[in-house]
Ligand binder design. Structure first.
Ligand code: FEO
Length: 390
């Protein structure tokens, strides 16, 4: 597969529909694309390589696009292996090609490939550096921690195309026409992969704010070429840790079904008492990455878990830990606990979540004493009122 995305710019990436877990941890129900591009000009630039799993397909696309011509530059925006696996192969295949990258990427090339390039084969790009290709000129912007420290983005001044590295990427192969649109899997991708570094994303968005961008070419997911403010506004919301939607997300786990019953009862009370969006996730079975996504998406979160070994059921501990790692903040949080002889989950969850930035606790804590009883339902109604009053 090879296609022109703009004058002189060609897509040469590949879909991967066989990989089950991205980064060994994120499920891929519809695969993923590893994007790579070539700018055909007086000087030809290959824009990133792709994952080793799809080397052959990528090489075929590259060679057919080059049509026998020799590339001058290999631009490496990001050194994570899903994009850089073929860097050494290209350096060997084209002995005169120059590697265009950040200073930090040079050390990574050595670590990954044991390759130490001579100075004449390196073009180090920093903030605002330009690379002339002929008709096309690329201007580079540093984008540290979006999603590794060495990351660069580049902007084609001629075609007004932004090569955004991992930013604006999404899960899902390009051949999959996602009925849920771009945002759903882009949001799961963003919060789980880049979510911790919202401040760095904000810095990059400010840098890019002065550019007139007609097209975004990310390293995963579709090329974006219409209504770009939609995508940029979402990135602005996500990276500023503001909720995207008003709504209540209930994340629960349960040992014998009683905490689950309480969590689902709360959801049904909320739904019958309001038109608020209510989303529910069973942490034991649902995709944890999707639960992280929903926690960030909505403005209110309810955690429901039984007491276990004097603390909280481990899967809830795991979920809260994920939230902490991803810098979860600025949300209202309520709790439902269960305990038969010494309920402790509520206290543990409250202590953990209260330590995160900008977390506002919504009372009351609902305690299920082994099973849901009329008193529990009354308490859940009180909690629902408090959540809806927020
Ligand atoms: Fe798509 Fe950070 O690699």
């Amino acid at each position: 597969m090879e296609k022109r995305v703009a004058p002189g710019i060609y897509y040469i990436g590949a879909d991967d529909k066989e990989l089950d877990l991205f980064e060994g941890q994120y499920i891929l129900p519809e695969g993923i694309s590893y994007n790579s591009y070539v700018i055909m000009d007086e000087k030809i630039a290959i824009m990133d390589t792709i994952d080793a799993r799809k080397t052959n397909e990528w090489l075929e696309n590259l060679e057919s696009t080059l049509g026998g011509k020799t590339p001058t530059y290999l631009v490496v925006h990001h050194m994570e292996p899903d994009h850089s696996s073929n860097v050494k192969l290209i350096l060997e295949k084209y002995p005169d090609i120059k590697l265009v990258c950040s200073q930090k990427a040079v050390a990574m090339v050595k670590r990954f490939f044991g390759v130490e390039l001579a100075a004449e084969r390196l073009v180090i790009m920093g903030e605002g550096s330009k690379l002339e290709l002929g008709e096309h000129t690329l201007q580079f912007f540093t984008a540290p921690m979006v999603h590794w420290p060495e990351v660069l983005m580049s902007y084609d001044l001629t075609e007004q195309v932004l090569f955004s590295a991992d930013a604006f990427g999404k899960f899902g192969a390009l051949s999959y026409d996602d009925p849920e649109g771009w945002a759903c899997e882009a949001r799961r991708y963003y919060f789980n992969i880049v979510g911790k570094y919202g401040n760095m994303v904000q810095t990059v968005l400010k840098k890019l704010g002065g550019l007139s961008i007609k097209m975004i070419c990310p390293l995963h997911g579709p090329v974006l070429d219409t209504d770009l403010s939609y995508y940029i506004d979402l990135y602005n919301t996500w990276s500023s840790y503001e909720p995207e939607d008003k709504g209540i997300f209930i994340a629960y786990c349960s040992l014998h079904g009683n905490t689950e019953e309480a969590a689902l009862k709360l959801a049904s009370i909320l739904k019958s008492d309001s038109s608020e969006k209510v989303s529910v996730s069973d942490l034991r079975r649902d995709d944890m990455a999707e639960a992280i996504e929903d926690a960030f998406r909505y403005d209110r979160l309810v955690l429901a878990a039984p007491t276990y070994d004097g603390g909280v059921m481990p899967i809830m501990e795991d979920f809260m830990n994920h939230l902490k790692i991803k810098n979860f903040q600025n949300r209202k949080v309520a709790f439902i606990e269960n305990g038969t002889w010494a309920p402790a989950a509520g206290k543990k969850m409250r202590e953990f979540m209260s330590a995160l930035k900008g977390i506002e606790i919504v009372d009351p804590l609902v305690t299920v004493e082994s099973t849901v009883k009329p008193k529990t339902v009354e308490d859940l109604k009180t909690l629902a009122e408090a959540l809806l009053a927020e």
